[in-house]
Design a protein around this ligand. Sequence first.
Ligand code: ADP
Length: 490
Amino acid sequence: MVATAEAKFSAPKIRQTNMLINGKWVESRSGKRFKTINPVNETVIAEVAEGDPADVDAAVKAARAAFESGPWSKMDARDRGRLMNKLADLMEANLDELAALESLDNGKPISDARAADLPLSIDCIRYYAGWADKLTGDTIPIRGNYFCYTRREPVGVVGQIIPWNFPLLMAAWKWGPALAAGCTIIMKPAEQTPLTCLRLAELAQEAGIPDGVINVIPGFGATGAAMVKHPGIDKIAFTGHYETAQKIMVDASTTLKRLTFELGGKSPNVVFADADLDAAVAGAEFGLFFNQGQCCCAGSRLFVEQSVHDKFVDKMLTSAKARRLGDPFDPNTTQGPQVDSDQFNKIMSYIDKGKSEGAKCLTGGSRFGNKGYFIEPTIFTGVTDEMAIAKDEIFGPVMSILPFQGMDEIITRANSTHYGLAAAVWTKDVQKAHRFAASVRAGTVWVNCYDVFDAAAPFGGFKMSGMGRELGAAALANYTESKTVTMSLG
Ligand code: ADP
């Protein structure tokens, strides 16, 4: 690991720390605020208004009015698309500021924010802007003298609850299909990283998206729970931990809200002996260490075929040791701190468990520096499927390398998890690639690549990794209801 020191980008001004309800930036009704912390040096960046049920209620009223009588549901779909494109233009025009704000609040390297989070977020809003006027129904031949057709109508007021690992991108993934479908929104950003969502909402106002269409209520789990319980919200879209999704399902049961979930994973990344090993090493490094390991689809079970295991491990070690930890504002940094002290402590406890359960820590395994939540890139070998580090989602820079022999064994082991978000396979043999892709129980399979995302390609989980799909045409189904109209032809 190499420390980096030189900062080239500077921290942006914090413009907005209030909540957005009905087009007005207001304090919370309780006056409560919470601190968002800089994970690099543990200092307070800003104090942000914290939403209570009363604030959620006000936001629901605004979103309901904007949906039912306001301009949003009445506006021509093409005009909605035009406003969304304007928002994408403004995001592009403010890319430097948004990337710096994301890096400051989350700790991610600014080079990643600029190369990944921002372009993907902008692309997502543009992609769904194009969908706004293309939500068509069907004409259906039925028995008798009738004309039968379906309409796709917006689901209504939607509550969107997002995590802290890709704060802006998660907002874009949620706003895009909801706005295109004609829904109105109450969003709760994660308590660790509210700042880019607030700025994005300012840009949405500047783009001309009408008051009440997007409301943002920062806060903790209790604020999210108030949204889930509120009878005026028709649907909850949630990204986060599966245990939180379980609570949301219970809380949503009284009002039978529509639910979509994008949850965690323990994704198998499988390297066959015939693979291009250098490409597989680079893909494995990216697939696990990218975003400090804080990715729901992280390739955290790295299976390597026995005959190339030792060679692969040597290469992987060299690659992990070359990672550059340090100030996220230094463009040469490839790894920043973990997002907060809770995540830091959780990851460190998994590293301890790995050691005590008998895995071999080849590199890393300790805190990096003495300030901030930095953790050295860590590689374990000698990992067995039963160890906690091979079963649980760690959400940090901790790689477990497990040897395997042959296709049948790897398919069974890859599927031996209650997760099913993503998987990858590295091989030059097309038959192996297709057989693996068809057999693994996961929502996304990458072949000879990792973490390739596109706004047009659906993403989501099998099993306990989620319900429904985000991105692509698939996500529009989350935000529309189908209405069947049958007319007598006399
Ligand atoms: P993570 O472990 O990634 O922080 P969480 O599932 O705890 O994942 O948090 C993801 C989002 O869900 C955050 O915005 C958080 O505030 C919110 N949240 C936490 N608990 C609840 C809850 N009971 N109901 C609704 N939202 C919640």
